[in-house]
Structures are given as C-alpha cells and as structure tokens.
Design a protein around this ligand. Structure first.
Ligand SMILES: NC(=O)c1ccc[n+]([C@@H]2O[C@H](COP(=O)([O-])OP(=O)(O)OC[C@H]3O[C@@H](n4cnc5c(N)ncnc54)[C@H](O)[C@@H]3O)[C@@H](O)[C@H]2O)c1
Length: 249
C-alpha cells in the first residue's frame, strides 16, 4: 500500500485529500496541531490512518514524523504540505510577529517537510511532493501580504526542488486553489474578512470550490498519470487566474 504524509490534514483541503487517498487504498499519516476530529473518521482503526499531533513550526517535527511513518509502514510515497495560516492587517500595520508566524508555518514548515520527506524518497529514487500554494501567490494582496509572500515562495521552492531532483525519481508540484469552502474560509466569510458576493463575481464559475475538487487535483499530481509533470503550479480556481476582468457582453 502506498503511503502519504499530509500536514494540516485534519481540516479543510488536507482532510478531503486524506479521505480521497484512503478511499483509493493509501495509508495516510495526518500531521496537525489539532487531531481530535480525525479520531471520528471511519478508517481510524484499520491501520491505514496515523494521526500525529505536531506543529510544523517545531524544528524536529518534519524529521521525526517522516522517520516514524517509514518505521511504521516501511515507505513514503507522497508528501502533501497543506498546513497554512493567515494574519489579516493592512501592509503598513502587520506586526513583525504576525509576519514571522505566517512565514514559519506556511513556508518554513513546507520547506522542512519537503526536505525530510525527500531524504527517504531520494534513497528509493521514487516519490512525489505536492505543496499547497494559492492564487494569492500570484497577485498583490494588501491585507494578506505575508500569506501572499509565502505562497509565491512556495511556488519558487517547488520549482527549485523539482529541477534539482528531476533525474532522481522525485517529482515536486504545487496546487494553487481559488477560494474553497473550508472552515478557514467559512470563518473569514462569517467575520466579514471575505465578501462572498465579491468572490463569486471575481470567479468566472461564480462559486467557491469544494475541498474535494482541490483534493482530486492533488491526487492527480501525485499519481503516475502525472509522471512527466514536475515543477508546476496547477491553478484549481474556477477560471480566476484566466480572467482579464472585462465582463462578457
Ligand atoms: N480555503 C481556501 O480558499 C484556500 C485557497 C487557497 C489556498 N489555500 C491553502 O490550502 C491549505 C489548507 O487550507 P484550508 O482552507 O483547508 O485551511 P483549514 O484552516 O481549514 O485547514 C488548515 C489545517 O492546518 C492545520 N494547521 C494550522 N497550523 C498548523 C501548524 N502550525 N502545524 C500543523 N498543522 C497546522 C489546522 O489545524 C487545520 O487543520 C492552506 O495552505 C491554505 O493556505 C486555501
């Protein structure tokens, strides 16, 4: 059975990806600061699901987690870096602490887990890494500048790792979701940080994505069907990035 590690896998897009992989016969380790929900999942007792409570900011987390998973299941085929946070403030008011917090979770956490997973994958000359980027990484986002910066940097380290490992059996790609109906986005809609009508009007498909629509793209990039795809950021955004902004007549 193939084995995946998913950071931020207890909620939203990460949980949808875990559920899809489990349905397709994978073993999945979930790394999250809050794993209570995972205990209620049906596959919890079948030795296919391994919830690990860990903060991706902890220096030893990535190395320890990947070691534990390989020790338990003997292999590591897929690393999905999904743990992500945001801090809202106008550019000129964002504190250095908030800036650092977002960088630590989104970017350094992703880097550390890419590196730790790749150590095992490169040894076997086989594996795939999928990082979660965002449409925000390719746009100016004044109230979420730290978040946007981490997502642009994730696209960059995705390319660097991909070309570095291209002849060594390890593919690295990113999925950049548009606005997706997850607990994170639901919170922003409820507290007024996101105007749902504005999002609909900016998205050619005029709706949010479901977490499972993002999960299918992640699982595709991880699969053999994507065997010649590496270093790419795949936008899964209902047409958001393709839109020029002039309404059709
Ligand atoms: N929802 C969207 O519209 C959207 C759009 C573009 C990109 N994304 C990206 O997709 C990813 C998942 O987002 P989501 O909407 O599912 O969010 P979510 O908040 O629903 O889930 C994120 C998960 O990450 C976990 N997490 C947070 N900090 C952590 C840490 N330090 N260590 C370990 N786990 C941690 C949370 O507990 C949670 O389970 C994020 O990287 C986000 O930036 C989301």
């Amino acid at each position: 059975m193939r084995v995946a590690v998913i950071t931020g896998g207890a909620g939203g897009i990460g949980a949808a990806t875990a559920q899809l992989l489990l349905k397709r016969g994978w073993r999945v380790a979930i790394v999250d600061i809050n794993i209570d929900e995972v205990a209620t999942w049906p596959n919890e007792t079948e030795n296919c699901l391994y919830p690990i409570q860990s903060d991706v900011r902890t220096k030893s987390s990535a190395g320890v987690v990947c070691e534990q998973v390989v020790e338990r299941w003997g292999r590591l085929d897929l690393m999905v870096n999904c743990a992500g946070v945001n801090r809202h403030a106008p550019f000129e008011k964002l504190t250095l602490d908030d800036w650092q917090f977002v960088l630590d979770v989104n970017l350094t956490g992703t880097f550390a887990f890419m590196q730790a997973a790749a150590l095992h994958m490169l040894k076997n000359q086989k594996g795939s890494i999928v990082n979660i980027s965002s449409i925000a990484g390719a746009r100016g986002v004044p109230d979420r500048c730290a978040y946007a910066a981490t997502k642009a940097a994730i696209d960059s380290i995705t390319r660097s790792a991909a070309v570095g490992w291209a002849t060594r059996g390890v593919r690295v790609n990113a999925v950049a979701p548009g606005f997706t109906e997850t607990p994170l986005v639901r919170r922003y809609i409820d507290n007024g940080n996101i105007d749902i009508n504005q999002i609909h009007s900016m998205t050619p498909m005029q709706r949010l994505a479901s977490p499972s629509e993002i999960a299918t793209a992640i699982v595709f990039l991880a699969s053999e069907d994507a065997s010649f795809i590496t270093g790419q950021t795949l936008y899964v955004d209902g047409g958001y990035m393709a839109e020029y902004g002039i309404p059709s007549s």
